[in-house]
Design a protein around this ligand. Structure first.
Ligand code: HEC
Length: 432
């Protein structure tokens, strides 16, 4: 009798529901509080039981559907990423079991470790700070994708060992990309420096015949919520050419309060000449025309590597009709490897995916970027399923760009990759 009773106690303990203070709080702190705290982009705070409890049902829904935490790569079909935000299967189960058990509080334990971000620059004092001067953010409405050109006026070229964002109004900055624009570039060439503007299609799409992408612009650094600075690595640097400008491309979302944003980009110069150069390559397909109503329109582009190099990161880029994105490596020996698969692309999350292990790619490897667009009425973000959609800067136009950071010897010609141009599945040889 007595033995059976003990056995039952043991069983209930093993099957005990997780509690907030027991198992749940550490998961929220690790995976959610970075965005769900005061001043951050998450619309509600998850800092205490009282704050979390009313959201238990929505948390269950978001976690079960996989919409939270926001992370769009399918880990089973991608390489491992350093900045992977997704929940492990065990964490997911704990959160779901907790809500299903009535979201019990449990016994408060030791005081919470504060997840407040350290103020100031994480990598130390930058050598050069480039500022966004008071960008006005209205309380409501859609804010157009806004540009700003800031001259650096550097008298000589500089190697950058790292760059870091110091975001001012984290609650409204959805993403910012900073580009290096070399002197003489055709990219938004007619834009006045130091003034906010919405780029025209013509100025953004402009390019001189044979202008190389790296001479036109190079993605320096992206910001999105949850961002942490990741230096490029010992002995590696990006180039800031003499007289180059920094072009900011900013995506803000109104949050009910009028604000102004003065975010900053900090640049750290290399102490000595780097061994290796880091370059963001930009394979792009701009030749597509997506028919009205087409729910799964493919567009593919890519790069054939002209030398051995190392891949550090990938940032797939499409707009509101973006449906899915995949980047594969086709090796010279015929092997094909999925590098990233984003089955449900979300324009609102312009994630840079940093490889947990930088990947060596031999000369001759073809990096293929395959985008699919959904121009059907089933796509709830689709501004107009009745239009034929072509390349363009505005979110109701489309893009297929696979930004990738690659590394190669610093002395080598930066034109290390060749765009293989627009290829469509089933089409003949690539056209350039
Ligand atoms: C990288 C930032 C970020 C992280 C990390 C994050 N959230 Fe969110 N969360 C948001 C934003 C922003 C929204 C507002 C809706 C949107 O933009 O998608 C949101 C909305 C929500 C909502 C409202 C309902 C919904 O689905 O929109 C819930 C619930 C939620 N988050 C739960 C969580 C939980 C639980 C975690 C951790 C397991 C988490 N979030 C991690 C940014 C984040």
């Amino acid at each position: 009798m007595r033995r059976i009773w003990l056995g039952l106690v043991a069983m209930t303990t093993v099957g005990a529901a997780p509690s907030y203070h027991g198992e749940v709080r550490p998961i929220l702190e690790r995976r959610c509080v970075g965005c769900h705290r005061t001043g951050e982009i998450g619309p509600m705070q998850f800092g205490s039981f009282a704050e979390v409890r009313p959201w238990a049902k929505s948390i269950r829904q978001a976690v079960a559907k996989g919409t939270m935490p926001p992370w769009h790569a399918d880990s089973a079909k991608s390489v491992a990423f350093h900045n992977d935000r997704s929940l492990t299967a065990a964490e997911k189960k704990t959160l779901l079991d907790w809500v299903d058990a009535g979201a019990p509080e449990g016994k408060p334990g030791a005081a919470t470790v504060s997840a407040t971000p350290a103020g100031g620059w994480q990598l130390g004092k930058p050598d050069l700070i480039v500022r966004v001067p008071k960008m006005p953010i209205p309380a409501s409405g859609t804010i157009q994708y806004t540009f700003l050109v800031t001259p650096t006026d550097l008298p000589e070229a500089k190697w950058m060992a790292a760059a870091e964002w110091k975001i001012d109004q984290r609650s409204v900055v959805h993403h910012i990309n900073a580009f290096v624009r070399p002197k003489g570039s055709s990219y938004v060439a007619d834009a006045p420096a130091g003034q906010f503007f919405v780029a025209s299609k013509a100025s953004r799409g402009a390019r001189r015949p044979d202008e190389r992408e790296a001479d036109r612009r190079e993605l320096l650094l992206g910001y999105e919520p949850g961002y942490r600075p990741i230096p490029w690595g010992e002995g590696r640097a990006k180039l800031l050419p003499k007289g180059a400008d920094i072009v900011f491309e900013m995506h803000y979302t109104a949050n009910g309060k009028a604000l102004s944003d003065e975010s900053e980009l900090g640049i750290y110069f290399a102490k000595s000449a780097p061994k290796e150069r880091v370059l963001t390559i930009t394979p792009a397909d701009s030749a597509f025309a997506i028919p009205p109503g087409d729910g799964n329109f493919p567009s593919s582009t890519g790069a054939t590597l002209q030398r051995d190099l190392t891949l550090l990161s990938m940032q797939p880029h499409m707009h509101l009709r973006g449906k899915s994105y995949r980047i594969t490596a086709r090796y010279p020996d015929g092997r094909v490897e999925n590098l990233i698969d984003v089955p449900k692309y979300d324009f609102n999350w312009q994630t840079t995916y940093f490889l947990a292990q930088p990947k060596s790619l031999p000369k001759g490897t073809v990096l293929e970027c395959l985008a699919h667009f959904d121009n059907s009425p089933n796509n709830r973000f689709n501004p107009d399923p009745g239009q034929t959609v072509r390349w363009g800067d505005q979110s109701w136009e489309e893009m297929n760009i696979g930004f990738m950071e690659v590394v190669f010897p610093a002395a080598a010609d930066p034109d290390v990759v060749t765009l293989s141009g627009t290829t469509r599945p089933g089409s003949a040889a690539p056209t350039r």
